[in-house]
Design a protein around this ligand. Structure first.
Ligand SMILES: *Cc1c(COP(=O)(O)O)cnc(C)c1O
Length: 399
């Protein structure tokens, strides 16, 4: 394969070389256990504190409110299971949305099996939660609201500050899965009324298998892993020092370059969206047109099967996704696309392209040119399309 164009940054990202450089010494010469007493290990302890400080600064949080975990899924599991348990005397009702990541949805299913009641909020055709529906869902026994910051499939961002304000007024905890948003868009836990926040290293040019949960001081939460005294006795286990150093540096780099990177990605994304919508008929843009992640574009092409599109893109050296990384491999259309009201056959023809810090205009143009060819070819093989065209329908896009 001559070239590789990677447009699947919502699935995972490449480790930034500066992040890798910072991590490497902690595998070899600085291998000490941070809990040890000798000064050789003290440096590792210090490195962990520095990473915690970097992350806390990006969020406007206090250092001791950051707890390292093994990634986004663990943070989501912890936030939900441990607050559910800690607040069960107050009630057993939790509010979330229909478009959460499976790390939230499957944890909710688990909790339902243990006597908790979950309300799954609808979203509108752009994937935005309705504040009135949320207000109406709140009950005296509601203990937690968990709404994702930005959706991993369609990129839509939620009115997080409004939700935080409402939760605060009602005395309910507010957790947000910010795995796609942290490091990509500005977040301030105080201004947004966030009590808990999940993030993951590998979605921000950091390593895989490391993440954190922000837990506001005063939130009652059970320990997730029992054992040693690491992470203030809440998450035991010898720290993943290289990973922690990596996510700390990645967070700082992302914050330092956020404005510039987000401007650049937004321009490229908009160019991609404009070209696709103009040049490929019977196409729908999924997700909110403007209130979306700077790097996310998601389309549905009528009369096209998503998996075939992915295979043909792959043959052209282009990495893309038809849904979320976790649902690919299954034939069910994505729960997110169904929740925004797409019929099954339209949801099946969906494509997610997520840009990264290295993506270029030339790559985007190459991808659109290829995509035009691929969609035309697949449609030419579709009896449905032939039938549709033979009825003399005008070739225009709905949006
Ligand atoms: C990737 C992702 C996760 C899971 O994070 P891991 O670190 O891979 O466990 C959770 N939520 C969202 C929104 C994600 O995009």
């Amino acid at each position: 394969m001559e070239r590789l164009i990677y447009l699947d940054n919502a699935a995972t990202t490449k480790v930034n070389p500066k992040v890798l450089d910072a991590m490497l010494p902690y595998f070899t010469e600085k291998f000490g256990n941070p809990s040890a007493v000798y000064s050789f290990a003290a440096e590792n302890k210090k490195a962990i504190t520095e990473a915690r400080e970097s992350i806390a600064r990006v969020l406007g949080a206090n250092t001791e409110e950051i707890y390292f975990t093994a990634g986004g899924s663990e943070s989501d599991n912890w936030a939900l299971k441990a607050t559910a348990e800690a607040y069960e005397k107050k009630g057993k009702h939790i509010i979330t949305t229909k478009i959460e990541h499976h790390a939230i949805l499957h944890t909710c299913e688990y909790l339902e099996g243990r006597g908790y009641e979950i309300t799954y909020l609808n979203v509108d055709e752009n994937g935005v939660v309705d504040m009135e529906e949320l207000k109406a869902a709140i009950r005296p026994d509601t203990i937690l609201i968990s709404v994702m910051f930005a959706n991993n499939e369609i990129g839509t961002m939620q009115p997080i500050a409004e939700i935080g304000k409402l939760a605060r007024e009602k005395g309910i905890l507010f957790h947000t899965d910010a795995v796609q948003a942290f490091g990509h868009v500005p977040i301030n836990v105080d201004e947004m009324g966030i009590d808990m926040l999940s993030a993951s290293g590998h979605k921000l040019n950091g390593p895989k298998g490391i993440g954190f949960l922000y837990i506001r001081k005063g939130v009652k939460i059970r320990s997730f892993v029992h054992g040693g005294a690491q992470e203030r006795k809440r998450r035991a286990g010898t720290e993943n020092v290289p990973g922690i150093v990596g996510i700390g540096v990645a967070a700082k780099l992302c914050a330092d370059t956020m404005e510039e990177r987000s401007k650049r990605e937004t321009e490229l994304r908009d160019h991609l969206i404009e070209r696709v919508m103009k040049e490929i008929p019977y196409t729908r843009l999924n997700g909110h047109r403007t209130r979306r992640l700077p790097n996310n574009a998601n389309f549905s092409f009528q009369f096209v099967e998503g998996e075939s599109m992915l295979i043909m893109l792959d043959m052209a050296g282009i990495c893309a996704s038809s849904g979320s990384a976790c649902t690919s491999g299954s034939l069910d259309p994505s729960h997110v696309l169904l929740a925004i009201g797409l019929p099954h056959e339209i949801a099946h023809g969906s494509l997610r392209l997520t840009l990264g810090e290295d993506t270029t205009l030339e790559e985007i143009d190459f991808v659109v040119d290829k995509l035009k060819e691929i969609v035309a070819k697949l449609r030419s093989m579709s009896p449905l399309y032939e039938d549709f065209i033979s009825k003399g329908k005008e070739v225009v896009n709905a949006d």
